[in-house]
Design a protein around this ligand. Structure first.
Ligand SMILES: Nc1nc2c(c(=O)[nH]1)N[C@H]1C(S)=C(S)[C@@H](COP(=O)(O)O)O[C@H]1N2
Ligand SMILES: [Mo]
Length: 350
């Protein structure tokens, strides 16, 4: 166990055994064309490779730890595929190739990028198999990238194009959601420094109305916001530590990675909210409604090895409403903490 915890980067929690959460796009773009992986850009031999040709470059198996930015981790996952290095060597990157961009065969041409030196040093894998079986389509099959040592958003699903570039180009999550471009989980590089319009935030806060807001990383520690209206608001990485949020309405809001340590959330509505990676330690959740909320990576009590954080366990009782079904998304420690409660409210029915 202690060995496992030494392998968990800061503020990550182990996904429940056997659970592999689905994140982002669910399927590739439909196409009749056979799958090829194309390498283009600043290289001497641009080329397109069919899947069989790729496999002939030599399949290897590697055991990799996965760390999602929404705080769940899976340790020791077996993938097989070919080293990205071998594929790139075939194409002879030019001297000015400093970045490598990956593009998916997906509806939004999902993309991400890495410095070329990182892609090589981290030993990124072009993977076909997971735990000995072909990758399922929703997890990126037939071929995805797996980048050890970076948050999992650098591991592109449905890899179709690899572009060698002299300059970088921010990927989909990095450009549109503020995800950190370097993405080192050991340095907790989850988001870039929040770039929020303080005047706009202040206006919303004074009116206690965040409906329609889309703010990354707002800091609302210690604020008094009883009855806050925030249904549907996008508040990823918001900090509400010790804030007063009694009867706040966060129905359907995106609160992924939000920090509610010590917050007063009595009778707050978090129905169908995305609270993946959110921390509720020390929060008062009596009378709060979390039914239908997405809870991957969320924490309510300490995880083993978490001693650095001084917060007590969240306060919940039989007036806290939470679906028994969503508990399966939690780590073992969190599930054990919440289970007695969920069965009680489950019995009370919808
Ligand atoms: N094409 C594509 N690749 C993607 C994403 C996406 O939305 N589209 N999401 C990324 C994110 S944020 C994560 S955490 C992982 C999730 O992979 P999984 O669904 O297999 O767990 O894929 C990454 N690669
Ligand atoms: Mo992610």
């Amino acid at each position: 166990m202690s060995d496992l915890h030494a392998r968990l980067p800061p503020r990550q929690v182990l996904a429940a055994r056997g659970k592999w959460p689905l994140v982002g796009e669910r399927s590739p773009r439909g196409s009749d064309q056979p799958w090829t992986v194309r390498v283009s850009g600043v290289c001497r031999r641009p080329a397109a490779f069919g899947l069989a040709t790729l496999r002939e470059m030599g399949i290897i198996e590697r055991t990799i730890d996965i760390h999602c930015v929404t705080r769940w981790s899976r340790l020791g996952v077996r993938f097989s595929g070919i080293p990205l290095r071998h594929l790139l060597e075939r194409c002879e990157p030019a001297a000015d190739a400093r970045f490598v961009r990956f593009v998916a065969r997906s509806e939004r041409d999902h993309d991400t990028s890495l410095p070329l030196t990182d892609a090589l040093a981290l030993d990124a894998l072009v993977a076909f198999e997971h735990e000995g079986a072909p990758l399922s389509v929703e997890h990126g099959g037939p071929v995805r990238l797996v980048v050890p040592g970076r948050y999992f958003y650098k591991s592109l699903k449905w890899l179709e194009c690899i572009e060698l570039r002299a300059d970088d180009r921010l990927g989909y999550w990095e450009g549109s959601a503020g995800y950190h471009n370097h993405a080192d989980p050991w340095a907790e590089e989850r988001y870039v420094l929040p770039d929020v319009d303080r005047a706009a935030v202040l206006k919303h806060v004074q009116a206690r109305d965040l409906v329609g807001a889309d703010f990354l990383g707002v800091r609302m520690d210690d604020m008094r916001l009883p009855g806050l209206r925030a249904a549907g608001a996008i508040l990823r990485d918001a900090w509400f530590r010790r804030a007063t949020l009694t009867e706040a309405d966060f129905a359907g809001a995106n609160l992924s990675n939000a920090r509610f340590e010590g917050a007063d959330l009595r009778r707050a509505v978090l129905r169908r909210a995305d609270v993946e990676g959110a921390c509720f330690r020390g929060a008062d959740l009596r009378g709060a409604d979390l039914r239908g909320a997405s809870l991957f990576g969320a924490t309510f009590c300490a995880e083993a090895g978490d001693d650095a954080e001084p917060w007590p366990d969240a306060r919940l009782d039989d007036t806290t409403r939470i679906d028994a079904a969503s508990l399966t998304d939690l780590s073992d420690a969190q599930r054990a903490f919440l289970a007695p409660l969920a069965s009680a409210s489950g019995a009370a029915g919808e």
